[in-house]
Design a protein around this ligand. Sequence first.
Ligand code: FE2
Length: 168
Amino acid sequence: MISLYNEVRERTELLCKSLKTEDYVVQPVVDVSPPKWHLGHTTWFFETFILIPHLPNYKVFHPDFNFIFNSYYETVGQRVLRTDRGNLSRPTVDEVYKYRKHVNQAMQQVLKNSISKELEDILLIGINHEQQHQELLATDIKYILGHNPLFPRFETYFEKRKSKSRTD
Ligand SMILES: [Fe+2]
């Protein structure tokens, strides 16, 4: 389970590998969420539903991130409106990546031991949730770059691997 978790988390970051900082922040239409928000929101899920309730002494990364990265989970508090996600110049992209690292490190603590069936079910939901956001991320990145007059190319790690093997 730990390898699946790590693989999915890494894949999300690989999807964003070719982005520049500015690409992470914009929301050209309300249906597109900024890549930075996807990165934080998928992380927030693991922090909220696994680390806070199940890892004793877990230190929350930032007290306001629940407000920023909650999407529609009414039971865990207020949230930034979906249409306002592109207004968030902070937290910075760098801080969001640090948030991911903080949560990933804490998740290793949880996953190094055997876990209950209940926790495994929540973990799988979190992993599937992040995979769902990978699809959204790919769509949203294409929209963001495709509506820029400079037409920046959406390069992914997977494409690079493929093109490398063609030249080998
Ligand atoms: Fe979500």
